[in-house]
Write a protein that binds this ligand. Sequence first.
Ligand SMILES: *Cc1c(COP(=O)(O)O)cnc(C)c1O
Length: 441
Amino acid sequence: MHRRPTHTPRPSHLNAAELASLQRLEPLLWLNPGLASSFVAPDQALDPEVAIARFDRCAALMSKVFPQLRGSQGKLQSPLLPVPALQEQLGSMQSGTWLIKRDDALPVAGSVKARGGFHEILTLAERLALDAGLLKESSDRLDLSSAAAHRLFQKYRIAVGSTGNLGLSIGLIAKALGFEATVHMSEDAKDWKKDRLRAAGVKVIEHVGDYASAVQAGRVAAEQDPYGYFVDDEASPHLFLGYAAAASEAQAQLAAQGRKVDATHPLFVYLPCGVGGAPGGVAYGLKLLFGEHVHCFFAEPAASPCMLVQLAARDGAPTSVYDFGLDNRTEADGLAVAQASPLVAPLMRQLLSGVFTVADDTLFRDIHALMQTEGMLIEPSAAAGMRGPLWLTGSEPGQRYLAARNLQANMPQATHVIWSTGGSLVPSLEHETFQKRGRQR
Ligand SMILES: *Cc1c(COP(=O)(O)O)cnc(C)c1O
């Protein structure tokens, strides 16, 4: 069912050695030949300021419906922390400073999906309330938690397809505002995520099939429902902008920590990639702020490198990991996606520096190392970016990337941000299983 017969892949920007590694599930760093030397925003319609402003005006509402957000006055934020002990154990102290962006600790939803998912549902709630005359453009968004708004939202059924975390994010905010919500889950989805959603009053429908079939099931269900609203993880600009808003938060945190970003202080960011929305949005936002001084790399499971194969396709036609004989089976459930987002992939063509792949065993080893050195507990998907700095400084393609940009001499002043994307809602029993697997490796 999952593995289609391998045909000869179409012409791609993969050389013979890269193709062999990809098909043998050997980790590799692939450099994107489409990366432009200067960044020009490709689409004026995608402006992260829209999401930043929405999160701002909805902050009081958020802190009302989610008590967990009171401490941050309704803002959805995560820490950016130095990880010297991890850096010393895994890497080198000479190649710059490693930081971890802790979206695994984002309140309420416990993953990067909180950013995109909350933004999309807030967008919908504002639009419905404006259309119904319950809200004026200038009104306080606290009005979205009124009894009248609640009654309005109750009529609508939100559907989403997910391997787990997007379902959690959408389901939790939808219910908090009064919407009905149905999450279509792929077979990779973990039982505890389904249990948690059901406990919050969200309907969970399980599908035999991968992420794309769960998304398709959600799309079909919503289309047949006059009050249905489909959150399209494969093509939603609202999700994308919610993720992109993270960039200005990171910019302020870097500045507060005295970390410069300029020609002699390069910034490298390593982002776990599933369908591409979350890492794509963050990378897009960072490029708008830092231009050629930020270098964004995606990290994908060796069995699911969907963005890599999509960006490597010379003709840009839809390309799936199944076309390469890969099976899309990985313990990194948040990243088990066979085909990249057709909205995001074209946007990444000119701004992404490259993609590296990770074996599942390495993910478990690295979450164990992170626990031992820094006391952080994250989920396997969230660890995909951890080897980024090592790929850059310790591999032939990484060295080639730095040399081509004359960056080697600046590496001691470099900042490496490893984007950690999920984990704080994971039950402790699951964490114990992860840690045990990591210890055995
Ligand atoms: C969804 C997810 C990602 C990747 O986001 P995409 O938008 O699917 O690329 C990364 N890490 C975790 C933990 C996720 O749940």
